[in-house]
Design a protein around this ligand. Structure first.
Ligand code: PLP
Length: 360
């Protein structure tokens, strides 16, 4: 069935890198084929580079970002364990839900949507939590939070970071910052289709993990025998890995690393910043300034309705349904994502042209 190509400028998925798409058409490999295992190992190594970690247990989980979240909680917390979650948007809320389902005693530190995490408040929320969790880049609001202050004050607790939107788009340095475990998703700044959840866990968190978590599929102890830890001949079957997706992620990561890590410097401004400045010139408020993905208040639904009536041309790139705000932002915010290959000047121009078309 032929499908019309889309320019995906919402909160995810983003358009994949061409290399990632081409890789999907390669001959299918079995999940224990030595050639596939070599690619899997290389993929884990490439993930270490973008995660900024030497953790040997770094692997792509066979599921989306939410499964990365589930894996993080289910392997580290059980009934009665205290978990402090910094909540400044939808995905912090989801963390609270997932941790609660593990039976944890959850202390949710609520923040106003659109604000970064206040490390002092989070660290003061409980004297001795087992785990502190925060979202690095809250996709629901576009806000990046600093993880270093949380790591500096975590004491004996483990620190978990959601890097679904940040990984591949803005610097992530788990080891330098002191983050114990983290997960991401393939479909945003990594520029690959949805379906994999890059995951990293250090020795400190590994030693404190739940021996027999209630999820079999996401049991990192069992998964370690297949991916991330055992090399070469030591592999054992755990599940049938989505080999085509891993090959695609391998290719997407190759492109990112080839282009050079942290491609946007003060000399080459971030696309989100260009977008913000461009639309501000017509009186639009785009905030927050440090967002990895710009967001824009539309001041009501009129522009959104006009966009809905123009599915073609520049405005078609901003299909309202894909980019609708969520939660507290549902009625007032459009989310614009410039991720993966779309973090490029021509896509900024497209976004600005589309906005001008309907609102200018
Ligand atoms: N965390 C964040 C910050 C996200 O943006 C998302 C998805 O948008 C998720 C978690 C969940 O990932 P997925 O939808 O791939 O399951």
């Amino acid at each position: 069935m032929p499908l019309r190509a889309r320019t995906l400028l919402g909160p995810g998925p983003s358009n994949p890198y061409p290399e990632a798409t081409v890789a999907l058409g390669q001959p299918l490999l079995g999940h224990l084929d030595p050639e596939f295992l070599r690619i899997l190992d290389e993929t884990s190594e490439r993930l270490r580079q973008v995660f900024g970690t030497a953790n040997r247990r770094t692997l792509p989980l066979s599921a989306t970002g939410s499964a990365g979240m589930e894996a993080a909680f289910v392997n580290t917390v059980g009934p009665g364990d205290v978990v402090v979650v910094a909540v400044n948007g939808l995905f912090g809320q989801r963390m609270v839900e997932v941790a609660s389902r593990c039976g944890a005693e959850v202390v949710a530190v609520e923040h106003e949507w659109g604000r970064p995490v206040d490390a002092d408040r989070v660290l003061a929320a409980h004297p001795a939590p087992k785990l502190i969790a925060a979202v690095h880049a809250e996709t629901s609001t576009g806000v990046r939070s600093d993880l270093e202050p949380l790591a500096a004050g975590k004491g004996d607790a483990l620190l978990l970071a959601d890097c679904v939107t940040s990984l591949g788009g803005i610097p992530v340095r788990l080891d330098d910052w002191g983050v114990d475990l983290a997960y991401a998703g393939s479909q945003k700044c990594l520029g690959v289709a949805p379906g994999l959840a890059p995951f990293a866990i250090n020795d400190r968190a590994w030693e404190r993990r739940i021996e027999k978590p209630q999820s079999w599929y996401l049991d990192l102890g069992l998964l370690g025998g297949y991916a991330g830890e055992a090399a070469g001949s030591g592999r054992t079957y755990h599940h049938t890995a989505p080999t085509g997706m891993v090959v695609s992620l391998h290719a997407g990561l190759g492109r990112i690393l080839e282009e050079g890590w942290t491609p946007y410097t003060p000399a080459t401004p971030r696309p989100a910043g260009c977008c913000t400045r461009g639309s501000a010139s017509w009186g639009w408020s785009c905030s927050p300034p440090r967002a990895p993905a710009a967001r824009a208040d539309d001041g009501g639904g009129a522009g959104r309705r006009r966009l809905g009536r123009r599915p073609q041309g520049a405005a078609g790139a901003l299909r309202p349904r894909d980019r609708r705000g969520v939660g507290a932002y549902a009625a007032t915010v459009w989310r614009i994502g410039l991720m993966g290959p779309n973090a490029a000047p021509d896509k900024v121009a497209l976004v600005l042209a589309a906005l001008k078309d309907v609102l200018g």
